[in-house]
Design a protein around this ligand. Structure first.
Ligand SMILES: Cc1ncc(COP(=O)(O)O)c(C=O)c1O
Length: 526
């Protein structure tokens, strides 16, 4: 008998426990509509439970239909809570006279977390388990990743997990994922280690070709090998970009909130930081063009761009990048574009574009920073690179590196080759898993009074507005509830927190449950 047959379930600690068959049969649909169709939206379960009338006929939202097409009924259920029409449907469940979203029945408010608690994927119910990988991969019999497998990271020298060593706080902060890297990378590293000699390294044969092919396929940008500068990390590169452009005292411009080294690098290079907050319009962070024009100074030399944008998860559109490019040309700014999250676009309707790829002129004024570290979960291996088409700018960048920046280590090189050449099926499966996690976070967080979260176009990071809940220090509030998030203040936005959902779904569900209980408790107390 397999685990599945015996109803074995793993909790967020990875501990297995037997689930009684009765519970399994009852399934997660116990709290959910019994039927979702494009005629009625929801079935009669809510009515059975005395939760008022059945909603009127309306078309099923596209996102929900897509989720169903991918055989993810439970994701579809969650998505219904994220889409407007489903909100209406959920409202129709509430007893007459109750308030708006906050007055929804407990069953509805707690649904996203509950769904995942009982999710078929966690119980191993193949009928409803979300499909990992594309249909094409399945036809070809490609590997199916299992991101639900628990891997103990305590006592492995992990920055993420060591912070809360010996405390019951789930670490959803620093941007690394709890998943094992792709098999192809692990095997490449094993082979390299088995060689036993670890002298100074050059890029292995095939790496340049693999990167050129990857960037061409994914960004539609044809690179030349001599544009590439190997680096042991992108934080160093942000600092190098500040040193390699302009002179001491010049201004460096960036959009906030943003990954903290964007805020510290200018000062470390004796430059002045000037910032323009992103505007949140219609639940989406966008560039405030007027503020940008008002803020730029005659001594601004560098624009630091984060695309996709950590922490707000935006993938800037071609139009936005064109306009930004024109702005930088008009003010004669060098652009440093950090694209470390480019492989993690979750919104299937969007595509990452490198600003430098738009026009040759823009490429000449741009330093593009790339790495496999976030996408393939190898940030601890210290491999990344800059793409600098302009020879003078490239020389200035290299000069800033001299005597300070070490070479890339041989294991970082080996991992990069395997990542760019062989790990695409793994990446696609990861994106599927992260999409489901993102839907879970959106549904659960939006149901918590006092919190809001904007749609996550890319990254495994959710940017949560907690100003209405705990304006002073929401990070500490949630830490007290057993969830370790990143403090928005470090990104230039007090009252916000960033949640890293690059973790097993069971861990995420547990964390969201803790947050939900803490929020409910605070609301009750207030
Ligand atoms: C936008 C961005 N740039 C750079 C980094 C770090 O890069 P590295 O580890 O290569 O220094 C991160 C890590 O979270 C990041 O989010």
């Amino acid at each position: 008998m397999t685990d599945r047959d015996q109803g074995i379930e793993r909790d967020y600690r990875g501990v297995t426990r037997n689930t009684p068959n009765i519970f399994r049969r009852q399934g997660f649909f116990a709290i959910m509509p019994t039927r979702m169709s494009n005629e009625g939206g929801f079935g009669a379960r809510g009515r059975d439970r005395g939760l008022s009338r059945r909603p009127s006929a309306r078309p099923m939202p596209v996102a929900v239909r897509e989720a169903l097409a991918h055989r993810c009924r439970w994701v579809a259920c969650m998505m219904t809570f994220v889409t407007g029409s489903a909100r209406q449907a959920a409202r129709a469940w509430q007893p007459a006279g109750r308030g708006r979203d906050r007055g929804l029945p407990e069953e509805v408010l707690t649904a996203p977390v509950e769904i995942v608690r009982r999710a078929p994927a966690l119980r191993g119910d193949t009928k409803c388990a979300p499909w990992r990988g594309t249909d094409e991969q399945r036809r070809q019999g490609g590997s199916v990743e299992n991101f639900d497998v628990p891997i103990e990271r305590r006592n492995t020298g992990s920055v993420k997990w060591d912070r809360y060593r010996d405390r019951d706080i789930l670490p959803l902060w620093v941007a690394d994922m709890d998943f094992a890297s792709p098999d192809v990378i692990v095997r490449a590293l094993q082979e390299r280690v088995a060689h036993g000699v670890f002298g100074y390294g050059n890029a292995p044969k095939g790496l340049l070709e693999a990167i050129l092919a990857y960037v061409h396929t994914h960004n539609g940008w044809t690179l030349r090998p001599d544009w590439i500068v190997w680096l042991p990390g992108l934080v160093s590169a942000l600092n190098l970009a500040c040193r390699a452009t302009g002179a001491e005292g010049d201004d460096v411009l960036t959009l906030t909130p943003v990954y903290p080294p964007f805020l510290s690098a200018p000062r470390l290079a004796s430059r002045q930081l000037i910032t323009v907050p992103l505007a949140c319009r219609a639940d989406r962070y966008v560039i405030d063009w007027e503020a940008l024009e008002e803020t730029v100074t005659p001594t601004t030399r560098l624009f630091l761009l984060c695309n996709p944008h950590n922490p707000v998860g935006r993938v800037y559109t071609g139009e936005e990048l064109e306009r930004l490019g024109r702005f930088c040309e008009r003010h004669d700014l060098i652009i440093c574009a950090d694209e470390i999250h480019a492989g993690l676009v979750l919104d299937a309707s969007l595509r990452h574009r490198s600003i430098a790829s738009l026009h040759p002129d823009l490429a000449q004024r741009t330093i593009t920073l790339m790495a496999p570290s976030k996408t393939f979960n190898v940030p601890g291996l210290g491999f990344s690179f800059a793409v600098i088409p302009d020879p003078t700018l490239r020389e200035r960048f290299r000069a800033a590196m001299k005597g300070i920046v070490p070479d890339v280590n041989v294991l970082g090189f080996a991992a990069a080759l395997a990542a760019y050449r062989d790990a695409e099926p793994w990446r696609l499966a990861l994106i599927d898993y992260l999409r489901d996690n993102a839907a879970l976070v959106l549904g659960a967080v939006r149901a918590m009074p006092g919190l809001n979260v904007t749609p996550i176009e890319a990254t495994y990071l959710a940017w949560i507005d907690a100003r209405a809940l705990a304006p002073q220090n929401p990070q500490r509030f949630f830490e007290g509830a057993g969830v370790g998030l990143s403090d928005g203040a470090d990104f230039g936005a007090q009252g916000f927190v960033r949640l890293n959902f690059g973790c097993r779904r069971a861990v995420l569900a547990e964390a969201l449950g803790r947050m939900q209980r803490a929020v409910a408790h605070r609301q009750g107390a207030g």
